[in-house]
Design a binder for this molecule. Structure first.
Ligand code: MG
Length: 203
């Protein structure tokens, strides 16, 4: 399986990092070794001094597809979960300065904590889903899918023009504003509506 992440999909987050609002989706990938599940601990890596949390809703692809029509994109994912797109912001800043790819800053081991998924059918309206991240019990990021620049269907169709989607692939759909650093000892918990679905502790 592969992990595809959308960058800058919430306007307020794009602004907080001084990025322009994109006119088409920005995406990058993480390898399967980035997955961190079942509440496992995250070990702070030696190569960075500034790991940021980015809480994101995650789509699980349920059917292989290429060149998917936006009208039918909803048929290609059947579960929604929540995860963190850990980012080595210090390394990413250097990559951005030099116009280099972001992989070092984004694709490292355990950079994609993921929680339990919920059936898509359990949501009444995919364009009105509340989610949030608690850091040591305090809400630090809060989002609603009504603020997505590019909808789930748009993202799925767009990516599939370039990369064939396969069953089990995950799409991290972008983070709302409020990203910030994590430190050893921190506890991170991801919620959809008021249900806690994801947890990791920083070691
Ligand atoms: Mg992200």
């Amino acid at each position: 399986m592969k992990i595809i992440c959308i960058g800058r999909n919430y306007a307020e987050h794009a602004k907080e990092l001084n990025n322009a609002i994109p006119t088409e989706p920005v995406f990058f990938m993480k390898p399967d070794t980035a997955i961190l599940k079942d509440g496992q601990d995250f070990y702070y890596p030696d190569f960075s001094k500034e790991i940021h949390h980015e809480i994101e809703l995650v789509l699980k692809i349920s059917k292989a597809g290429k060149n998917i029509d936006p009208e039918f994109a909803h048929k290609y994912y059947d579960e929604i979960g929540i995860g963190i797109d850990f980012t080595a912001r210090d390394l990413q800043a250097k990559c951005k300065d030099k116009g280099l790819p972001w992989e070092k800053a984004k694709a490292f081991d355990s950079s994609a904590p993921i929680g339990n998924f919920k059936s898509k059918k359990s949501f009444q309206d995919l364009s009105n889903i509340n989610f949030h991240l608690e850091l040591n019990g305090k809400t630090v990021q809060k989002g609603n899918t009504k603020d997505l620049i590019f909808s789930f269907d748009h993202i799925v169709a767009y990516i599939s023009q370039f990369v064939t989607l396969k069953t089990g692939d995950l799409i991290y759909t972008g983070t709302p504003e409020g990203v910030g650093p994590v430190f050893a000892g921190d506890k991170l918990e991801g919620f959809i509506e008021n249900e806690r679905l994801m947890m990791t502790e920083i070691k």
